[in-house]
Design a protein around this ligand. Sequence first.
Ligand code: ZN
Length: 302
Amino acid sequence: MQEQTIRAAVECSGIGLHSGAPVFMRILPAAPGTGIVFRRTDLDGFEIEATGRNVARVSYATSLMKKGVLISTTEHALSAFVGMGIDNAVVELDNLELPILDGSARPFVEMIGKAGIRKQRRPRKYLKIRRGLEMREGDKCISVHPADTYSVSYAINFPHPLIGKETFEVELSNGNYLRHIAAARTFGSRQDEKTMRNMGLIRGASRENCIVLTRDGIENGPLRFSDEFVRHKVLDLVGDLALVGKPILGKVVADRAGHAMHTALVSTILRDKTLWEEVTLSQEEESTASPYASQAAAGSHA
Ligand SMILES: [Zn+2]
């Protein structure tokens, strides 16, 4: 199976969730082997590759940095590229943070859909997990296990009457990403708002781009899924793990993790080459492993 890019340039504009900065974004087709590359058009076209080696700050979002140049909040767009099976693209930005749009990956998915997808003449290389690995931090945990497909299982326990314990498990094939994950929006609570703004965060947050939690409900319902919160965590995880630079074949299990643990897993995987091997798949194998392939399950349980 071959690598893919988009057929034509597509663009959008918006504001950054944390910076509040206006930004114009364009996604361009890219040559085989390029991967996903961010380009700062406001800084002479300075480029930063979407790889774990360029991970900079990670707190409430994932940021990339190279030679002091920052690209912030990369996870939702990268998640959309994985979900749509896009290997190669250039993402141009005229500011430091990606637009938050509606707080989910759906607008990016729609842009890619509008651009169209082009198959390229280079076999796609997958990163196939060979050996299990678990990382713990207090009661948080993230692990990866050998598997023939890419699947994610996420558990959260968030002290809010609408959330509590939520678990979601999905195999990223057969359009499951588009149906179950892409539209899940980011969320934040009114109670944390002041603290976060004082930290210089969420300056662009509004009811249009995140689910706003009050003490006992939400301000801007309805939810897109009753368990939208944990689905958004899956979306974030897929976007952060895209920083390994190749589609993954393995099962990832996360329990109350976050961007820091997601990217720590990426760094560990990139450092330890005994954990994985690079493989190509025949068309037949691909049909069960790719985001477009047949038959897979997705579901949640409380
Ligand atoms: Zn997110």
